[in-house]
Design a protein around this ligand. Structure first.
Ligand code: FAD
Length: 465
């Protein structure tokens, strides 16, 4: 039987009956609101594959939904067939939590529109990629503080918090979230206008836990006109020098106003520092630049560019890669890592392909009101670090993953406990408190309310109380 025959048949047969009838066949069914795919069909692999090629999981069914009603339909289908549900918006989860084995993946790539509610407010569907948002907003002089990688989905980004070059100025992505629509684990359509607790939970704790978010309403911000940047590079550095640069970076970063973002990136033997600014340099910024110039071999400045052009420099690669990238802790200052960071750096400088990066948070992310309104628990930490490693062919993965785990172990055994949910690591044993701090038990109550049978789950999803 060909796909078009299934489609014709589908119009006359109730979904549950039809699904049972065709369960043994290759292709499932197309309804007005959902296309279902099974293994073997052309689009199955394309819809399954995420950004991380390391992750290979094979769901029984992929439900490519066209609207919120389609998502509700797909949840009913999963319930009838006892399939656990994973949710995929942009597919950039670093541990592949948006795809499962033998369950259903609800693929939201067709839910990708942006609608203006008024001149400052937008409604966005979760499959919308960040570049689409910037392309829509910036020509209108507005912006949403998102991440830097162009192909990350707004769905996964905002539900875990969301930080980027503009977060110190405008807050986390979730701080601009006003309202959302969700299909819960029972297939009911919920709006947070009727439940502020759900809105709180989804600002940092909403990734694949309570339901499938299908619409997100955001306030936008007046976009800065330009961004200028500085790069400080030291090639062929040894561990001692790399650590000295890191220490100076922490001191310089602490001086920066909210208009600036900065990152220290140790990529093998190259120590690289980025500093961006969307406003004129203050004396403190100039002081930071001097400090960083004095410890680096080479300093370059990029003149102010229109914001849309400046952001594109950081868009990154579009095509899937083999990699492991995970949170390596949030810190308050260099003193928290000073006693052991030499061991981390010694591994990184001798491991080509391994990167240790520390990014600035802080600025206007630190805000008592926002803290109350969001489950994101890490505002007290002005620094967020990540460990990354990349490879070309699967044969290289084992050795690099072992080194990766060994470095992560250095952090955890030295008391680094807070981790960013959007950079998960399946090896975190205490992930509940690492990602959610004191919010975890409150989040479990939201889970119980909206997904009492734990239909929506992944390796580190919030558990029922
Ligand atoms: C190259 C790269 C660059 C990145 N840069 C940044 C950055 O600058 N700043 C930053 O904060 N993060 C960044 N991240 C991390 C990113 O925010 C997370 O990976 C995010 O979860 C990806 O969202 P997604 O929709 O693309 O991914 P998906 O894989 O589709 O989903 C990620 C998670 O969110 C859940 N989820 C997705 N959609 C929904 C939904 N509609 N309803 C409920 N749950 C849902 C999934 O279950 C999964 O657990 C980056 C990641 C990569 C790979």
């Amino acid at each position: 039987m060909q796909r078009k025959d299934f489609i014709k048949l589908a119009a006359f047969v109730p979904l549950s009956v039809f699904a049972k009838k065709i369960a043994k066949h290759y292709v499932l069914v197309q309804t007005a609101n959902v296309d279902y795919y099974k293994k073997g069909e052309a689009q199955y692999d394309e819809l399954r594959q995420g950004f991380n090629k390391r992750i290979e999981r094979y769901p029984q069914v992929i439900a490519l939904c066209k609207n919120t009603a389609g998502v509700a339909e797909a949840v009913q289908y999963a319930k009838q067939n006892k399939l656990p549900i994973a949710i995929k918006s942009g597919g950039h989860c670093m541990e592949g939590f948006s795809v499962n084995d033998n369950g259903m993946v609800i693929n939201l790539s067709m839910l990708n529109t942006i609608t203006w509610a008024d001149k400052e407010t937008i409604t966005v569907e979760p499959g919308c990629k960040l570049f689409q948002l910037y392309d829509e907003l910036l020509p209108k002089g507005r912006v949403l503080p998102g991440g830097s990688c162009a192909t990350v989905g707004i769905g996964g980004l905002v539900l875990g918090g969301g930080y980027g070059l503009l977060a110190r100025k405008f807050g986390l992505t979730c701080d601009s979230l006003l309202e959302l629509t969700m299909v819960d684990g029972n297939g009911n359509i919920i709006n947070t206008k009727n439940d502020p607790e759900l809105l709180w939970a989804c600002k940092g704790g909403g990734n694949g836990n309570f339901g499938i978010i299908t619409e997100l309403k955001f306030k936008t911000h007046k976009a800065p006109k330009t961004m200028h940047s500085y790069r400080f590079k030291t090639y062929k550095t040894d561990a001692v020098k790399a650590q000295a640069i890191l220490k100076s970076w922490f001191e310089a970063a602490a001086l920066l106003p909210p208009s600036c973002f900065s990152a220290y990136v140790l990529n093998g033997k190259t120590a690289y520092i980025l500093l961006t600014n969307i406003e004129k340099n203050t004396p403190d910024v100039e002081k930071a630049i001097k400090m960083l110039s004095s410890v680096s071999a080479k300093a370059t400045q990029t003149a102010a560019k229109p914001l849309a052009t400046a952001l594109k420099v950081f868009y990154g690669r579009k095509e899937p890669l083999y990699f492991k990238n995970a949170s390596a802790g949030l810190y308050k200052s260099f003193t928290e890592i000073e006693s052991f960071i030499d061991k981390v750096i010694a591994t990184v400088v001798t491991t080509p392909g391994m990167i240790y990066q520390v990014n600035t948070l802080g600025g206007n992310i630190i805000n008592a009101q926002k803290e109350m309104e969001a489950a994101f628990p890490h505002r007290a930490f002005p620094f967020f670090s990540e460990l990354q490693t990349y490879w070309e062919v699967p044969a290289q993965s084992k050795r690099l993953l072992e080194k990766f785990a060994a470095v992560q172990n250095i952090f955890t055994t030295n008391g680094i406990a807070a981790q960013y949910r959007n950079y998960p690591d399946v090896n975190f044993t205490n992930w509940q408190t690492a990602y959610y701090g004191n919010s975890y038990q409150r989040l479990q109550q939201v889970k119980k309310k909206y997904d009492p049978y734990n239909s929506i789950n992944h390796l580190q999803s919030i558990q029922l109380p």
